[in-house]
Structures are given as structure tokens and as C-alpha cells.
Design a binder for this molecule. Structure first.
Ligand SMILES: [Zn+2]
Length: 62
């Protein structure tokens, strides 16, 4: 068996009940090209920058 050298976590290890309200660590912003790692306290799929932009409206602006 190979040792896991990557950052992949094993599936099936989800915590039952999100009492702590933390998201899974190691998540990355869903925006393509954005490699910002999301905080476990950030429940959004976007980083702070993109989340902020998205809340400003979906109109094309830049
Ligand atoms: Zn981002």
C-alpha cells in the first residue's frame, strides 16, 4: 500500500452533525484560476474576494 503523500482526505470520514459549524479544511475557491484556500469558518464556495464580488450583483463588470 502506498502512503498518502498528497493532500487528499479519505472519504467516508465525515463528521456526523456539523455542531461546530466548520467546513472541511483544505477547500479552495471554486473560481477557476483562484487558488485561495478557504477558511474552515468560511461556508461559502468562494473566497472572500469573489464572494464579495458576487454579492455586488451578477452583472458583468470587468
Ligand atoms: Zn477566489
Amino acid at each position: 500500500m502506498r502512503a498518502n503523500s498528497g493532500g487528499r482526505t479519505q472519504f467516508g470520514a465525515q463528521v456526523r452533525g456539523k455542531a461546530l459549524g466548520k467546513s472541511a479544511p483544505g477547500r479552495v475557491c471554486r473560481r477557476d484560476g483562484c487558488s485561495t484556500v478557504l477558511s474552515i469558518y468560511n461556508h461559502s464556495d468562494d473566497c472572500a474576494v469573489h464572494e464579495f464580488r458576487s454579492t455586488r450583483g451578477a452583472r458583468e463588470h470587468g
